[in-house]
Write a protein that binds this ligand. Sequence first.
Ligand SMILES: [Zn+2]
Length: 232
Amino acid sequence: MTNLTGRIQQEEAAERLPAARALWRQSSTRVSVTNPVRTVLAGMAAGAERCMYCGDNQGTDIDHHEPMARDPLRTFDWLNHLLACSHCNSHHKRERFPVDEYGRPLLIDPSAEDPFDHLLLSLSVGEYRALTEKGRASIDVFGLNRPILARGRQQAFNVVVMCLRQWPDAVSGKSAYQPDQVVHIIREQPCADVCQAMLRQVELPGASVVFKDVPEIVAVLRDEGLRGALLR
Ligand SMILES: [Zn+2]
């Protein structure tokens, strides 16, 4: 990837983007870069290789977080690669990369920042609320509140609650499930952001209100063993 970046750098500024695109598409790049990078990203993605933007569909595409058109020299920058589903990549993110008045990126980079610093997930409706300007732009560009995702997150909440109800008996040996099986089922669910939001919101002052319909899972979400396994 360093060598390919060097080849792009050798070009005149106006020729860098076409050169980057040509190098990215050539078949030898697929063997030496694209396929191995996609494999590593898939191993890092939540659940069953889920998209790093929506968390719901299978991640199939390598997305350039900062688009090639904006900085061709980041085409082969490992830190600029994320795994995205084709829907997020082609219909939402595309070449969009908003910046503020000082030129600083307005999209959350999930490889470098905690999205929950910028976004609050409303667990009851499955939609995100922006906490910052970056959160607002990210909801818009990634289409985070499209109705099908909100529905998926509500479903994920119900599944996680069912799993968490098993936890006390799993720990004490009274359940058919071992604790690591409960953790595994939760970790393999789509919309992993829902469980992560639950683990964070249970620590906040309003936890009793957030979990008022399922008060029995509050103590479970605060269990150190469970938190250690799910917040890894
Ligand atoms: Zn997606």
